[in-house]
Unconditional design. Structure first.
Length: 327
């Protein structure tokens, strides 16, 4: 009887133990399931794609753009880029550290101005590439002193007296008070300074004193978007002369469509080009005088003997008739 009683008493205890084990097992399984759900899954393709996209966008944002830079397009040559930018191709080679002037790639960004000019002088390369515009601080106002205090006339407080009143009623004092009320005026105004006439926009061009580069009839005139200069007919071997003094920045046949070409730089903004020559009689880097023979007329890369003559301002073709003397 005692054994049966003890067995009956132990039954509830064993039942509770089994229930506790079941609860613990369920709790462990539930925790494991929650942990599995909360563990971040690897999504390498998405992450890599997003990172790659950000990297490409960052690279594009850091690519220099704007004035002083040129993005190479299909069919470009360094010589053509130099002509269109109004620069010597050797300078572009140097500014971009190019080992081979013929080795340029589509979408490659080239510096077309000297480093100090392309970055705006005081700007750094990182600032220039970020597109942030940096401007010099304006000069302090003339109405402010060195400490930023106003320097305009102050009111003159004087004790009342008959002598002071008489002094203030004098014509000179009245004029001084009236002038003090109007900013920028004085009691003794000076006659206006002589205004110098503004210089013409073509001051550099006028200083060159252009002359015609060859004798002959003009058979084609400048036409925006079609003919970048004028064509002058002539005889094979006829002299071609410099239309103005300057320095030869190119002499060769590397630009398609121009044949044997000479380019003379006259100022920082102006150059002249002489195309289709039979032979070239000057070298790159040589200084030439106005009227000096630089080539002989020919028909290289042309359908007839002629001189194709261009004037370019900051690399852009302009009408030579606006510069050459009438004849």
């Amino acid at each position: 009887m005692k054994t049966v009683a003890m067995t009956c008493a132990a039954a509830p205890y064993q039942h509770n133990v089994r229930m506790n084990k079941i609860r613990l097992s369920l709790s462990a399984a539930l925790l494991g399931l929650l942990a599995a759900c909360s563990t971040p899954r690897h999504s390498a393709p998405v992450t890599d794609y997003a990172t790659g996209t950000r990297a490409v966008a960052l690279a594009k944002s850091q690519t220099p753009t704007g004035p002083g830079y040129y993005t190479v397009k299909k069919g470009d040559t360094l010589y053509r880029i130099a002509l269109d930018q109004g620069q010597a191709y050797r300078d572009i080679v140097a500014w971009n550290n190019l080992a081979n002037p013929n080795d340029i790639q589509v979408d490659q960004v080239l510096r077309t101005l000297p480093p100090d000019v392309a970055t705006g002088g005081a700007q750094t390369g990182s600032i220039a590439s970020s597109g942030v515009e940096v401007r010099a601080l304006s000069a302090p106002s003339t109405a402010l002193g060195s400490a930023g205090n106003k320097t305009t006339p102050r009111g003159d407080k004087r004790p009342y007296s008959e002598s002071a009143l008489a002094e203030l009623q004098k014509p000179e004092a009245v004029a001084a008070i009236a002038a003090a009320k109007v900013p920028g005026t004085s009691a003794n105004p000076k006659p206006p300074a002589k205004v110098e006439p503004a210089k013409s926009a073509n001051a550099d061009e006028d200083g060159i004193g252009w002359i015609w580069p060859a004798e002959g009839k003009v058979i084609a005139r400048f036409e925006e978007g079609k003919n970048k200069g004028i064509d002058i007919s002539g005889k094979l071997g006829q002299h071609v002369i410099a239309a103005g003094s300057g320095k030869v920045m190119y002499a060769g046949s590397g630009i398609r469509g121009y044949g044997n070409l000479v380019i003379v730089k006259h100022t920082n903004n102006l150059l002249s080009a002489y195309a289709h020559n039979k032979i070239i009689t000057v070298k790159e880097g040589q200084s030439v005088e106005k009227g000096q023979v630089i080539a002989e007329m020919g028909n290289t890369d042309a359908d007839a003997v002629k001189l194709h003559f261009e004037i370019r301002q900051q690399g852009k073709p302009v009408d030579p008739f606006k510069y050459l003397p009438s004849r």
